[in-house]
Design a protein around this ligand. Structure first.
Ligand code: BDR
Ligand code: CA
Length: 318
């Protein structure tokens, strides 16, 4: 069993990541930490609890994290007028209100204490702005040596989704991302938009997920159909009536590494550029001096991704 901690801002695609991590036989989801991102952090916490309740995994602890970016008083500006974030996630997920409760301990304290105490490797999977991780590193720099692998959803090489240059998770807290990428982690796998936009989930896939007749299949179909509806209206994908489910691809990678195709390159974060703040600068041609490499996913296998969800969510009977 591979142990992991998910750091989320749930969110429609985070919800699928949580379900995959909580239900796959080869994964042990040790805990979930939440952070300000797709919505204010208290919504993200409630949504995470809703997801775990609905799939019968309420015993997995949820720790609420930071409510503001690491260094900035708020998100960078300007933001696109037709910003997707609100529309694609909303405030509350369309699931019954949570009956379980968040833990008393905060996310940053939990991350530090868990990594200090563990004797087993625990992969850290942030699929949200990197605020909690940067704060934990700042309070406890040795954390960098205790995390065997970081798998991050964020960034984009060929395009952004919040601005022409930047993807939401990095753009929302560029200083935090900068701290994380400079910290010196042993192994970072970055899953940017270049890969997640190759792993598109279609309306037909949603029908197959719903037909499983399980709580996870049903909940996934509901949140992904919502994503498809919004993408169809304001950001059409290459395949008709489909949407990326970014965060879940990171979890899929943990059990099926071939679901993405990576290349190792140096990665730096732009924190200042008026047009480029939040950009992941991926040095594919080695023009810079940084020699630390990040495994960057440029491609993904949509069929394998959807089959993994069907197999995992099909096992759970409602
Ligand atoms: C990322 O931003 C968030 O809106 C999603 O949950 C995902 O983590 C995609 O850019
Ligand atoms: Ca997310």
């Amino acid at each position: 069993m591979k142990k992991l901690i998910l750091d989320v801002d749930t969110g429609t695609d985070d919800a699928v990541a949580v379900m995959l991590a909580a239900l796959h036989d080869d994964l042990e989801l040790v805990g979930v930490t939440t952070v300000n991102g797709n919505a204010e952090v208290h919504y993200c916490t409630e949504n995470t609890l809703r997801v775990l309740d609905v799939i019968g995994r309420s015993e997995i602890p949820v720790f609420e994290g930071l409510a503001k970016p690491f260094a900035r008083p708020d998100f960078p500006t300007p933001r696109r007028k037709d910003d997707l974030t609100d529309k694609i996630h909303g405030k509350y997920l369309d699931l019954p209100p949570a009956t379980s409760r968040k833990q008393e301990t905060g996310a940053v304290e939990y991350l530090i204490e868990t990594y200090r105490a563990t004797t087993d490797p625990i992969t850290l999977v942030p699929v949200a702005p990197l605020t909690n991780i940067a704060a934990a590193l700042t309070l406890y720099p040795k954390l960098v040596d205790l995390v065997p692998e970081l798998v991050i959803m964020g960034g984009g090489h060929l395009h952004g989704n919040v601005t022409p240059s930047a993807e939401f998770n990095i753009w929302a807290d560029p200083e935090a991302a900068d701290v994380v990428f400079k910290a010196g982690f042993e192994k970072i796998t970055l899953v940017p938009l270049d890969a997640t936009h190759k792993a598109l989930v279609t309306r037909d896939d949603c029908a197959a997920l719903r037909a499983l007749g399980t709580p996870a299949g049903d909940a996934t179909a509901t949140v992904v159909e919502h994503r498809i509806g919004v993408h169809d209206k304001i950001q059409r994908m290459e395949i008709a009536h489909s949407a990326p489910v970014h965060d879940a691809l990171c979890v899929a990678y943990l059990v099926e590494p071939n679901v993405i195709t990576t290349q190792a390159h140096p990665v730096a974060i732009e924190t200042q550029g008026a047009l480029t703040v939040g950009r992941t600068v991926i040095d594919v041609r080695r023009r810079g001096t940084d020699t630390r490499l990040v495994d960057v996913a440029f491609d993904a296998d949509a069929r394998a991704f959807v089959d993994l969800m069907l197999n995992t969510f099909g096992k759970q009977r409602g």
